[in-house]
Ligand binder design. Structure first.
Ligand SMILES: CC(=O)SCCNC(=O)CCNC(=O)[C@H](O)C(C)(C)COP(=O)(O)OP(=O)(O)OC[C@H]1O[C@@H](n2cnc3c(N)ncnc32)[C@H](O)[C@@H]1OP(=O)(O)O
Length: 198
């Protein structure tokens, strides 16, 4: 019979209070506590702990603190990753982040959820669906990414957005719910912000 962890990792409903999963979370929470307690000047010590926690990572990354996650081993970040303060990743399923991704403060990536029906929900089961962020994506502050969402390459997500559906490549998307505002074109190469020329 599949363990609760196997169920979690294969997108089946699972019981998160299971002992193996509770121990895995305790390990990750303890690592996050250590990471968040390290003075910013000791950045290489902090990065060594991130490397022990994360599933995979590129040669260059900077994840400001505080940082919080559930398991760590389900998080895969590409080359040249930057996250500002207070990144929260509920990585019950895999969270795959491409190369050259920049994240503003207070992003929540939530792979997990609970059944809508109260009786099912009270049974203690939850589910987790992977999240995927492409290459060269910039995500503004105070964004929430729901379970199962993917964001295409080169896309910009506006501050305060709630992602309930996949967002394609090469667009600006924003709002609650997050929708495409416009495509990014060659014209954008001329400016850095609202017709301010580079
Ligand atoms: C890595 C870091 O730490 S970054 C530091 C943190 N910085 C941020 O979080 C800033 C994020 N920036 C934004 O959200 C910006 O609004 C951007 C980059 C997404 C868009 O900027 P612009 O291309 O200049 O878009 P522009 O201002 O022309 O807006 C176009 C339309 O989209 C709307 N819009 C733009 N941003 C958002 C948003 N975040 N939420 C909802 N609507 C938005 C505008 O109101 C406008 O609507 P209208 O056509 O009805 O008037």
């Amino acid at each position: 019979m599949a363990s609760e962890k196997e169920k979690m990792l294969t997108q089946k409903p699972y019981i998160p209070s299971d002992e193996e999963l509770a121990n895995d979370r305790l390990y990750a929470q303890s690592r996050c506590f250590e990471i968040n307690s390290i003075p910013p000047i000791e950045i290489s010590k902090r990065n060594d702990l991130y490397k022990e926690l994360l599933g995979s990572y590129g040669k260059k990354f900077l994840i400001e603190t505080p940082f919080h996650c559930d398991y760590g081993y389900n998080i895969h970040i590409g080359e040249n990753f930057y996250s500002n303060y207070n990144l929260v990743i509920l990585d019950c399923a895999e969270v795959t982040i491409g190369d050259n991704v920049m994240i503003a403060p207070n992003l929540g990536i939530y792979t997990a959820g609970h059944p809508i029906d109260a009786e099912n929900r009270n049974s203690g089961r939850e589910y987790a669906i992977p999240v995927k962020i492409g290459n060269n994506v910039w995500i503004g502050g105070h964004v929430v990414i729901n379970p199962g969402i993917s964001i295409g390459d080169n896309t910009v997500i506006g501050s305060g957005s709630i992602l309930t559906k996949d967002i394609p490549a090469n667009v600006i998307a924003a709002g609650n719910p997050c929708k495409v505002i416009r495509e990014i074109t060659g014209e954008d190469k001329k400016y850095y912000y609202k017709k301010r020329e580079l």
